[in-house]
Design a protein around this ligand. Structure first.
Ligand SMILES: NC(=O)C1=CN([C@@H]2O[C@H](COP(=O)(O)OP(=O)(O)OC[C@H]3O[C@@H](n4cnc5c(N)ncnc54)[C@H](OP(=O)(O)O)[C@@H]3O)[C@@H](O)[C@H]2O)C=CC1
Ligand SMILES: N[C@@H](CC=O)C(=O)O
Length: 324
């Protein structure tokens, strides 16, 4: 029986969630593939940290080339986070003939074409379902069952940390700092949560969605972006007295001249609107296609197991192509 061999870059929140999901569902995954799946090497700095899983010591390496140069490794999963060295590592993996799966929206949004083109030039696959909407299968649906559409609009909650903070401030009366700390402890936030609370993470995801839906690349820095750092309990109360909730919304749409417009900002949403009732780390995204009309995606947009589910979904798809 063939073994699909994986090199994992980063055993943090999502690396650990991916590892756990593979262990939890190994028999289902391996019987789907009729092949074994093994994470053979892991790039990490700290091999002593308690992650709540047992990983044989000999799997760890501090040298990324041990993974890129290993002829036995089929797929590299990048879960380091940040733009660099993650981008350089993914490019090295692709150039060494490895298929790559990543959840890293920051690196993808910053270097979208270089990563996509390098995969094409080297005849390997780059997949990134987990980079937008965590466990929600949005990218594969846009590029699969919905690809017959000309897309008109995408609008929704794309960041779990800020939605968690706003929910806890609105429903539980928590203050901003306590809610953020909670989100960090549950593994929703970025290593530097500035990216979450300033709306940068949602902008990164909007960049990826616009590239796929409208074939238009807009760098995240060029998306008008406002985060939630100025949202106080008083503003939340004011919204409530107007029958609204405050949500951080990412929005891109085709205007009457066929131009694509885009923004990320907190918005007052009527309490009866579906987006007003998306709570905690859940995300929800409306997509409008000219044939299908409105489609709504909903699910956990952050967290180790939901994101691990999306990462492994990509791994399984690639493995099926390898095994064909
Ligand atoms: N958290 C979530 O819910 C989601 C996260 N993502 C994305 O998944 C990716 C991983 O996120 P997450 O797991 O939360 O991040 P973490 O910071 O928890 O994990 C990253 C891990 O990689 C290690 N690492 C980073 N750089 C290096 C390096 N150069 N060499 C060796 N090890 C390194 C870190 O070690 P150290 O701690 O020592 O720095 C850490 O253990 C990010 O791109 C994130 O945006 C996507 C969807 C959801
Ligand atoms: N920090 C991100 C993680 C998932 O993409 C978020 O909170 O949504």
């Amino acid at each position: 029986m063939k073994t699909i061999k994986i090199g994992l870059l980063g055993l943090g929140n999502i690396g650990t969630g991916t590892y756990k999901t593979l262990e939890m569902n190994r028999s289902e995954i391996e019987s789907t593939l009729n092949a074994k799946v093994e994470i053979v090497k892991i790039l990490e700095r700290d091999t002593e940290r308690d992650r709540g899983i047992t990983v044989p010591k000999e799997k760890f390496t501090s040298d990324p080339d041990e993974i890129f140069q290993d002829p036995e490794i089929d797929i590299v999963i990048e879960l380091l986070g940040g733009i660099e060295p993650a981008t350089t590592f993914m490019l090295s993996a692709l150039k060494n003939g490895k298929h790559v799966v990543t959840a890293n929206k920051a690196a993808l949004a910053a270097n979208y074409h270089e990563l996509i083109n390098t995969a094409k030039e080297n005849n390997v696959i780059l997949r990134f379902e987990a980079s937008v909407g965590g466990g929600i299968p949005i990218l594969g649906t846009l590029t699969g069952p919905l690809r017959a559409n000309k897309f008109e609009e995408v609008m929704g909650i794309l960041n779990g940390t800020t939605n968690y903070i706003l929910t806890m401030m609105t429903k539980e009366g928590l203050d901003y700092e306590t809610a953020l700390k909670d989100a960090q402890e549950q593994g929703f936030a970025e290593a530097d949560p500035t990216a979450d609370v300033e709306g940068i993470d949602a902008a990164n995801k909007l960049t990826i969605l616009m590239a796929l839906m409208f074939d238009k690349y807009v760098a995240p820095k060029d998306i008008p972006t406002t985060g939630i750092t100025e949202i106080t309990k008083e503003k939340i109360e004011e919204a409530r007295s107007n029958g609204c909730k405050i949500k951080l919304i990412a929005h891109a749409w085709r205007d009457e001249n066929d131009e694509i417009k885009y923004e990320v900002r907190p918005m007052y949403i009527s309490a009866t609107h579906p987006l007003a009732n998306i709570n905690k780390e859940f995300n929800a995204v409306f997509v409008k296609g000219n044939a299908v009309d409105d489609v709504m995606f909903y699910g956990k947009g952050a967290g180790p197991l939901p994101t691990g589910s999306a990462v492994l979904g990509d791994v399984i798809d690639i493995s099926m192509m390898i095994l064909k």
